[in-house]
Design a binder for this molecule. Structure first.
Ligand SMILES: Cc1cc2nc3c(=O)[nH]c(=O)nc-3n(C[C@H](O)[C@H](O)[C@H](O)COP(=O)(O)OP(=O)(O)OC[C@H]3O[C@@H](n4cnc5c(N)ncnc54)[C@H](O)[C@@H]3O)c2cc1C
Length: 224
């Protein structure tokens, strides 16, 4: 029977970066996906990401900090978020954002996507993502708003975890070798009783990268 150092369930926002980082440490990784395509919620996400102190901000002379990011999450959630996890998410956010930017941005691809979206909308053609309600056409700049519709965006409840992202049992003790990140950790950990914008995609990516690196290095060190 084939053995793996790390098993990741779900090739979505969190699972893919976790697998990328873990493989780069030399660990033997199994990534399991139930769907016939990878990407998970990233296919429908609005893509709002929060990160403070990014290279893009620095290049534009915008002064921002991890501490300010944390304070903003605490303020919006009226101090109901898990501050330790928010601190970890905020500290990892800028490196994750810079990592994504380093992968390159394709302006021609964006223009192509917008043109295809507008054409499909004008022709009444079905949406490739299966959406029944679509925002208005992306037309003349400057663009200020799009029409939005009610959707299930997030679930606040999730598995209890500590700052090592280990799943805790009912006594608050870590369950050996079980970790969770992304939606499964519940939105309330980082947003409390409120909704802190952009604090789902970035932490899913960041925690994915962190857990992949951390567990990957642990396994490759143990195997050495
Ligand atoms: C419409 C929409 C817009 C959003 N916009 C934003 C936004 O702008 N900014 C923001 O921060 N957050 C946003 N969110 C929330 C954010 O996208 C999610 O919190 C985040 O993407 C979750 O990442 P994840 O890896 O946990 O889940 P996913 O990316 O959904 O990945 C989970 C994967 O696991 C697979 N899977 C599930 N069960 C199993 C199983 N038993 N076995 C194998 N595979 C399984 C799924 O098929 C999926 O591929 C939005 C959410 C929605 C729905």
């Amino acid at each position: 029977m084939q053995q793996f150092d790390i098993v990741i369930v779900g090739a979505g926002t969190a699972g893919i970066p976790a697998a990328i980082e873990a493989v780069q440490t030399g660990a033997n990784v199994l990534l399991i996906e139930q769907s016939d395509r990878i990407g998970g919620t990233l296919h429908v996400s609005a893509g709002q990401m929060s990160a403070a102190g990014t290279e893009l901000q620095r290049a534009r002379g915008i002064a921002d900090s991890v501490a300010a990011h944390v304070q903003e999450a605490i303020r919006i959630s009226r101090n109901t978020c898990d501050v330790s996890l928010v601190e970890k998410a905020a500290a990892l956010a800028a490196p994750t954002f810079d990592w994504l930017m380093g992968m390159g941005f394709d302006p021609a691809g964006l223009a192509e996507t917008i043109a295809a979206y507008n054409t499909a909308l004008a022709d009444g053609a079905p949406d490739p993502l299966g959406r029944q309600h679509r925002p208005a056409a992306v037309a003349t700049a400057p663009l200020r708003a799009i029409r939005m519709h009610g959707i299930i965006l997030k679930t606040p409840a999730g598995l209890a975890i500590d700052t090592e992202l280990r799943v805790l049992n009912t006594e608050g003790k870590p369950i050996p070798n079980l970790y969770t990140i992304g939606e499964a950790m519940g939105g309330a950990a980082l947003s409390g009783n409120a909704f802190v914008g952009g604090m789902s995609v970035t932490p899913a990516l960041s925690f994915g990268r962190w857990i992949g690196q951390t567990l990957g290095h642990r396994h490759t060190k143990a195997a050495a």
